[in-house]
Design a protein around this ligand. Sequence first.
Ligand code: MD3
Ligand code: FE
Length: 199
Amino acid sequence: EEIELRGVKVLPGFIDADAQAAMLAELREVARAAPVMRPVTRRGPMSVQMTSAGRLGWVADRRGYRYAPLHPETGAPWPPIPDSVLAVWRAVAGVAVDPDSCLVNLYREGAKMGMHQDRDEGDFSYPVVSISLGDEALFRVGSVERGGSTASIWLRSGDVAVMSGAARLVHHGIDRVRAGSSTLIPGGGRINVTLRVVR
Ligand code: MD3
Ligand code: FE
């Protein structure tokens, strides 16, 4: 069944266990070609580690953050978006265009992500699609304006979320990850994959 939370559509268990394992194997290849980094923003080092696939990756440093065509440490182009990931976008995004960015967020124990908006993309009429793998995470959604009330939901391995329309610009974050709630990822933790049309 589909759950709607402040306009965010959550599809629980959209990806079955076998497909999750296959996707994880493809993501391991992404991380081999494009090593995960801990972004450092003006607010300091993030607890989430990141890498990307696709034409553009999300990079952060003291100068700010932006989409870039090359991995900042290897200087190489980002690897292609895995087929298993692209298939999820094509099934749920509802647009004819493929994503040009696939951000891979790795949450090891204790990692979280503060409330923010995703507004570094050029056209907010395209959706953002998010895939959760591994440990469960408490996802919080607010509104387009800063502050105000919020609502929360646990995202579990295999869940897919689609943010489109008014929900595309809502504030959101990950409050905490429940360590040991999944055995999918060796060493524990959570991976979130987000797909975007950046242009
Ligand atoms: C709502 N990632 O990468 S996924 C991000 O679990 C990000 O790693 C979180 O926020 C994570 O920017 C949350 C759910 C999500 C992703 C993108 C959104 C919710 C969103 C974009 C707009 C609105
Ligand atoms: Fe976000």
